[in-house]
Design a protein around this ligand. Structure first.
Ligand SMILES: [Zn+2]
Ligand SMILES: [Zn+2]
Length: 185
């Protein structure tokens, strides 16, 4: 009767007649090896992720090494970040959007027209609110509107930034003086 050379049990069942280990010892040995390999792999991955948190990640698209927060968050990805950087994701999104518009130009346009018609009142309210905010905060849009309206030969896109800044300062001083005058009355 054959005895396993490892567990010393008699007639334990062998895969091959030439084996010295029984089936059970054989299986246990390979299970152990698999577990060791899996542990090593997990440790390697953990080390890689830890290093990545320190030095950053190479984008899978543009190949540039960047800090992790330059990658969009995604809870299922390693270190909670996607493989492509934000810039590459944005590029892809823009290309996809452009393609979508080109393929569905007619439909997109009629949807916009329809949306404007159905929400005309809301849009008007939002537009008035935005205009009031621009006026209150002396935002570029409001200042530019005054510059172009007041008999300027310039077109809106030709107005230099410095002129907008100067006009804004002028308006702010004017408002300040008016407020002072009101206070004295
Ligand atoms: Zn055995
Ligand atoms: Zn990239």
């Amino acid at each position: 009767m054959k005895v396993c050379s490892k567990c010393r049990l008699a007639d334990a069942g062998f895969y091959k007649p030439s084996d010295s280990w029984c089936r059970r010892c054989h299986n246990a040995h390979h299970a152990q090896k698999r577990a060791t390999r899996a542990e090593a792999k997990a440790r390697e991955l953990a080390a890689r992720l830890a290093a990545e948190r320190q030095t950053g990640r190479v984008c899978s698209k543009c190949g540039v090494l960047q800090p992790l927060d330059a990658f969009p968050a995604h809870k299922d990805c390693p270190n909670g970040r996607e493989a492509r950087c934000k810039r590459c994701c944005l590029e892809r999104f823009k290309r996809a959007r452009q393609r979508h518009y080109e393929r569905n130009a007619q439909e997109v346009r009629s949807k916009v027209v329809q949306y404007r018609a159905e929400n005309a009142a809301d849009i008007a309210v939002a537009r008035r609110a935005a205009r009031a905010r621009d006026r209150a905060e002396l935002n570029d849009r409001y200042v530019l509107h005054l510059l172009v309206r007041q008999g300027s030969a310039l077109k809106a896109r030709e107005v230099p930034t410095a002129l907008i800044e100067a006009k804004r300062m002028h308006l702010a001083i004017e408002r300040h003086i008016n407020n002072e005058a009101k206070g004295q009355r």
